[in-house]
Design a protein around this ligand. Sequence first.
Ligand SMILES: C[S@@+](CC[C@H](N)C(=O)[O-])C[C@H]1O[C@@H](n2cnc3c(N)ncnc32)[C@H](O)[C@@H]1O
Length: 270
Amino acid sequence: MNVGAVIATKRKALGMTQKDLAEKLHVSFQAVSKWEKNVACPEVELLPILAELLNTSVDALVGYRSPILSDYEARYQTEDYYWGIVPNRFCYEIMKRKPPVKPLKVLDIGCGEGKDAVFLARNGYQVSAFDLTDAGLEKGRLLAEKCGTYVDFFKADVKDFRPTQDYDVIFSSGVFHFIPPALRAEVLESLQEHTKPGGLHTMNVFVEKSFVKESPDKDKDRYRWKSGELFTYYSDWLFHKMDEEIFDCNSGGIPHQHCMDVMIAEKVEA
Ligand SMILES: C[S@@+](CC[C@H](N)C(=O)[O-])C[C@H]1O[C@@H](n2cnc3c(N)ncnc32)[C@H](O)[C@@H]1O
């Protein structure tokens, strides 16, 4: 989509008229109309404000797609499952702490090829899962079909996605380093707001450590978190797990290490 189409779509989704948007930006409604018709473009300095008002990112506004995506698209083009099909160990933690004795809604953010989403769906959860790669989502759908289960797979960008329904569990592994620091508070706040009381957030983030060298095949456009930063967004939640782990990795064929902050936190009603 071009800039004008993105502005028009997002504006309408938020129920704003061109005049509403123009007033918030201190420009004329004719200016907004010209942007939407692609006759003119918003000034560069307006882009961050416009992105915030439209609940999106500057990248999404200008139609920028990170090169990392094509890397993942390529990795997922094979018949094999790039990440395997063994579920993440935190899926078992979810089952232990929130067993699906009643219908529980789970959201898997950046689900890759869907191994964790499908595992949870097979075990009785109502799972929605999104990623930015078409190939990953397609393989997720195939895996669900093969396993005789259903996952609501959809395409979205973690930078732009703001839930419209509430979840019992929000899970994400190896993805939040694609959220630029300036967007983290807003993204996490929105995920927290859309978590039911007693709900869980099970997440991990790559963190910076001066003594842990960058991996040779490091993701482009990634923003490693500060050590402990993730936990600061959850000061009013109950922590079941807040750990920092350094582990060996051999991706790209060169042995190296990663450091991750790992969290299981529960939203407790006051
Ligand atoms: C390290 S993989 C993890 C995949 C999966 N969570 C797993 O553990 O198997 C990172 C995933 O994030 C996805 N991704 C990258 N940027 C994204 C974005 N902006 N929004 C949503 N997903 C994104 C990639 O396509 C990829 O599937």
